[in-house]
Write a protein that binds this ligand. Structure first.
Ligand code: SD4
Length: 329
């Protein structure tokens, strides 16, 4: 019976692949329950390895994906040595560290904060927005007031090293984001728990020396993060303006809905970024965009514009860092 069910599922899938013109080898096919890889957590960049460990502690004990992704991304948020996430991050051009974060669960509950200052764990404030307010996003001073009202402590502003770097930068004041800064950037994390439920979280200090008030893709549901519990999840890193332009993470999930494997979906989204750069006469070498994706089979994939983007995967086989394929070879 199980085989017959699988056969029917697979045949139905082949029909979808034919209609949508996806070569079957590149398409993701539904798997039988027992072959689904879960639990699993996938996150951006090398610091994803440590973050995955914290998430795994929850996932391996049959905890919820939502709790896992929050705990996972809190690891880099907590480290003042990280220059691209949390309060250790580089400031904006006026010297303020402003943080962006969002979170999404298997029921499409969402919460986000943008341009939040002085708070160590913006992801937890985003979760509080999701769980304790009638809204989905709070920004700036309002987000800070809300965080303080929820008992989040107010921390000091910029760490000394970031401040010194910023003072150096002020000498030229040239906004020119560096591709793959120190090889790590925003942390985006997506996970499927033992029950097969998906959730995601994304948190960053954003582009260094951005204009004060600038918000990137990372706190924007559909751009920096998207989860559809029937299909899969995706999150982004890199130049947020380019990710927002294509509603990147939502696009990746929709491409998986149409049958693409996670890597194929990320690749098509990256190709769209590349195409728009060309149409708009912009130099591709100045930008990096990377996507990671996870589907309901527990299959994962990634793709990026420039080489150098990697992502961390933790399942029952262990925790490892993988290099993403890139458009520019
Ligand atoms: C942003 N996407 O603020 C973030 C930052 C990042 O590589 O990931 N930079 O646009």
């Amino acid at each position: 019976m199980a085989n017959r069910r699988n056969f029917i599922k697979t045949s139905a899938f082949a029909a979808v692949a034919a209609v949508t013109n996806i070569p079957e080898s590149k398409a993701s096919s539904p798997k039988s329950k027992s072959s689904v890889v879960k639990p699993i957590v996938v996150s951006t960049w090398k610091f994803g390895i440590k973050a995955n460990e914290a998430a795994w502690e929850i996932l391996k004990n049959k905890g919820k994906a939502l709790d896992a992704v929050e705990a996972g991304v809190m690891v880099p948020e907590n480290s003042l040595l990280e220059r691209s996430v949390g309060l250790g991050g580089r400031p904006d051009r006026d010297g303020h560290v402003t943080l962006d974060a969002c979170i999404m669960d298997e029921l499409s509950n969402i919460g986000a904060v943008a341009c939040l200052e002085y708070i160590k764990h913006p992801i937890s404030v985003a979760r509080a927005v999701m769980e304790k307010t009638p809204h989905v996003m709070l920004v700036g001073e309002g987000a800070l007031q809300f965080a303080l009202s929820q008992g989040f402590p107010k921390e000091t502003g910029v760490v000394e090293e970031s401040q010194n770097e910023w003072k150096e930068w002020l000498k030229t004041s040239n906004y020119k984001p560096v591709v793959n800064i120190e090889n790590h950037d925003t942390i985006g994390m997506i996970a499927m728990d033992a029950r097969g439920n998906l959730s995601g979280a994304c948190t960053t200090s954003g582009m260094a020396y951005k204009m004060h008030g600038r918000v990137g893709d990372s706190p924007i549901i559909g751009a920096g993060l998207y989860v559809d519990n029937e299909i899969g999840a995706s999150t982004a890193t890199g130049h947020g303006e380019e990710v927002i332009r294509i509603a990147g993470s939502h696009l990746v999930v929709e491409l998986m809905r149409q049958g693409r494997t996670p890597e194929m979906a990320c690749k098509e989204a990256v190709e769209r970024v590349v195409k728009l750069m060309k149409i708009r006469n912009k130099d591709l070498k100045d930008i990096q965009v990377g996507f990671i994706a996870l589907n309901k089979n527990g299959e994962h994939g990634a793709y990026c514009v420039q080489t150098g983007f990697n992502y961390a995967v933790h399942d029952n086989e262990g925790n490892r860092l993988l290099d993403a394929n890139s458009h520019v070879k």
